[in-house]
Design a protein around this ligand. Sequence first.
Ligand code: HEM
Length: 182
Amino acid sequence: MDNTIFDFVGGTTGDWKVIKMTTLKGDSLKKVTHIDKLASSLLQTFQGTWSLKGVISNLRYTEKSEKEKLLAIQEDLGREKATYAALIPIRKNDAWWNLAQDERRKIMENQSQHTHVGMQYLPAIARKLFHSRDINEPFDFLTWFEFAPEDEPAFNELLKHLRNSEEWKYVDREIDIRLKRV
Ligand code: HEM
């Protein structure tokens, strides 16, 4: 068992009940009623309708001062009050991946203020980014968020900001899956 690799299995059972699945861009995923977030094991075979794999990796774009601020305010997953979650798988297009690292950072931060604005929603929103691009998965990222029901409007407001940003012009597949802990 390796706790940096996770499988998100969509099916009819799991710890998270699907409230809503919305395809914003690109192909959708088959509708499921539940999602399980499992520490990956190569010995396991999954019974679900679909399964998405992601790896916890190093930071790519975050600068030292941002990292320190994030560490000081962010909260962990698994808080008792955080009974709502969102799994948002995302893929970016070739134009994004053909840019150099510094160009991507400029788009994310100078033009889109991803971290700067996102930080205003901490600690209410707990988050984890899983990378999938380098392991031949259909999405580049699996993004996971946990929050209390009363913080859902704030979460939606943050998504509105990001989806209107320069960075999101490079997103070509995005599915927003809202969940409630069973
Ligand atoms: C809750 C507040 C949020 C904060 C503080 C935040 C912060 C960050 C930071 C610092 C990174 C860069 C990681 C690195 O250096 O590699 C990042 C990446 C990312 N975030 Fe957020 N984020 C937030 C919310 C969101 C939301 C709501 C979404 C939408 C689904 C999202 C999607 C992503 C994606 C897809 C990446 C990877 C981008 C790439 O590498 O091209 N984030 N986030």
